[in-house]
Unconditional design. Structure first.
Length: 82
């Protein structure tokens, strides 16, 4: 990628989250994406209203851990946009 600001995205169903990332030329980046959903029920038993708060966390991994996780994962594939 060109050395500038890009956006790292994660898609789960219809939900999309993104985080800004400034990259350097020739450097490799490894990320872990964590997803957490917390639900709360409001209303009554007859008319429940269930709301979900969704959190997506992006964390940068160290090179050794990132290389290992890509090696053992079938999902370690990135597709750049053109």
């Amino acid at each position: 990628m060109d050395p500038e600001e890009h956006h790292l995205g994660a898609v789960l169903g219809k939900d999309v989250d993104a985080e800004a990332l400034t990259v350097e030329a020739g450097k490799v980046y490894y990320f872990q994406v964590g997803y957490n959903a917390e639900g709360t029920q409001f209303g009554t038993a007859g008319k429940p209203n269930y709301q979900t708060k969704k959190n997506v966390d992006f964390s940068v991994l160290k090179d050794d851990e990132g290389k290992y996780r890509v090696k053992v994962s079938d999902l370690g594939i990135a597709i750049p946009r053109k």
